[in-house]
Design a protein around this ligand. Structure first.
Ligand code: 5GP
Length: 212
């Protein structure tokens, strides 16, 4: 059982390009969440800093971290390996600090299956439309529209996992979406509020529009 003084885990997942990274940054700034910095074998983008956005490592280093049981979870995403180191996260949680994760559905599933004693709240973030998603993916410094097309294909696979999550939010307007997540976190933590419902029908209609 988690104690009142323990921190909580908030996980944000989404198909790439739904604007989740910005939401994670807002949550860390406005709600004082600590961002879990993952390790990855992916090459850094031009705007990324080692140790801040990710710890960029090679395959051999990543394999060593796996061997030494350093990861809380890890997964292969778009042909690269990504993983969350266990120790920094557990240290923060036990000090009563909240931690936010930007990880995919595979990692979320692994963390949820471990019966961790800390409270976990999971969010799946959706883009407002297929067009906006493609624009967001093409605007990255990936240059190549082909990569955006590949990631669109992954989008169709990833989006199927929305039902694994506590809440699903649509990122149409950044501030509105941030406020919705922030309120849902507060409501989940409010002991008097046993269950908070969201509109599942609206979400499944939206998903159908995204994938058809
Ligand atoms: P990107 O390469 O665009 O930064 O991230 C690609 C995907 O990997 C995103 O969906 C992101 O949430 C996911 N990801 C980032 N770090 C981790 C991690 O530590 N574990 C897992 N399972 N997924 C991660």
């Amino acid at each position: 059982m988690s104690s009142q003084n323990d921190g909580i885990i908030v996980i944000l997942s989404s198909p790439s390009g739904a604007g989740k990274t910005t939401l994670v940054k807002l949550l860390s700034e406005k709600k004082n969440f600590n961002i879990s910095v993952s390790h990855t074998t992916r090459k850094p983008r031009s705007n990324e800093t080692n140790g801040k956005d990710y710890f960029f490592v090679n395959n051999a280093d990543f394999e060593n971290l796996i061997k030494n049981n350093q990861f809380l979870e890890y997964a292969k995403v778009f042909n690269n390996l990504y993983g969350t180191s266990k120790k920094p996260v557990i240290d923060l949680l036990s000090l009563g600090k909240n931690v936010i994760f930007d990880i995919d559905w595979q990692g979320t599933r692994q963390i949820k299956s471990q019966n961790i004693k800390y409270k976990i709240i999971t969010f799946f973030v959706l883009p407002p439309s297929k067009q906006v998603l493609f624009e967001r993916l093409s605007n990255r410094d990936m240059k190549d529209k082909l990569i955006a097309s590949e990631r669109m294909k992954d989008f169709y696979k990833d989006v199927k996992h929305w039902e694994d999550y506590d809440y699903v939010v649509i990122n149409d307007d950044l501030n509105k979406c941030y406020n919705e997540i922030s309120q849902l976190i507060d409501l989940s933590l409010d002991k008097n509020n046993k269950k908070f419902y969201y509109n599942k029908k609206k979400i499944s209609d939206h998903i159908n529009k995204l994938i058809n």
